[in-house]
Design a binder for this molecule. Structure first.
Ligand code: ZN
Length: 232
């Protein structure tokens, strides 16, 4: 059930049933010439909605469509919020849900950048130290990639292109670019875009909607198992 589509009365009736709240976190970030800026938002939202269709007693919060970025921060269309802003907004949103009685929370991030993940992790840690609630935080990117992805695939690559072909094929352009990740070998770069010179990482020629559907199904099933084990 989507929080933005129910009324205050509906919300009030659901809370005593101790629903799981899923907060999808997306991004507005350049994803190569072939994928839309909202790729991470669409992926996280798809997973959250699929879980709520397969499980009872799940509320899906409106998606946060912005994240914290480094490598692609200056590429046209990437909208960056700072580490502190991201950490604060996650705390504010979760605290507000907790004030309204929510006790079980899953935060799913479509974007998986290091500082972005660290900001949300810190926010979730603050929440569990302050309140008697259960919080799980995962990036669907990692759950999907552990089973399916080949070495050398990454941002905007085979995995993300396949998933978007399965979720929103109308938004995927015909180009199938290739790109490499160049390690900075520990150097802190002023312009981290040097690590992703092609704007994407991987060979999108290997992408297919069938692979994307298998990945999406796999990660929805995996997350449902994780929820049943740890977010009861
Ligand atoms: Zn992405």
């Amino acid at each position: 059930m989507r929080v933005d589509r129910i009324t205050t009365n509906d919300f009030e009736k659901i809370v005593p049933k101790k629903p799981l709240l899923i907060l999808p976190v997306g991004a507005t970030e350049a994803h190569g010439v072939h994928l839309p800026l909202g790729t991470d938002t669409f992926q996280a939202e798809f997973v959250a909605n699929a879980i709520s269709e397969k499980m009872e007693n799940v509320l899906v919060a409106p998606t946060l469509p912005y994240g914290n970025h480094s490598s692609l921060k200056d590429v046209p269309g990437t909208i960056n919020i700072t580490f502190d802003t991201l950490r604060s907004v996650i705390i504010d949103i979760l605290e507000s849900f907790i004030d309204h009685g929510i006790k079980r929370i899953l935060v799913i991030s479509g974007h998986a950048g290091t500082s972005h993940m660290a900001a949300i992790t810190e926010a979730c840690r603050d929440i569990v130290s302050e309140y008697n609630v259960k919080v799980m935080f995962v990036s669907d990117y990692y759950i999907g990639s552990s089973e399916f992805v080949y070495d050398g695939d990454g941002h905007g690559g085979m995995l993300e292109t396949s998933r978007m072909l399965a979720i929103h094929p109308d938004m995927v352009k015909k180009e199938r670019p290739k790109g490499k990740f160049i390690s900075a070998d520990g150097m802190i770069l002023r312009d981290a875009s040097a690590c992703i010179p092609d704007g994407i990482v991987g060979d999108t020629g290997k992408a297919s909607s069938e692979t994307g559907k298998r990945m999406n199904d796999h990660l929805v099933d995996t997350l449902i198992k994780m929820i049943r084990e740890d977010l009861k």
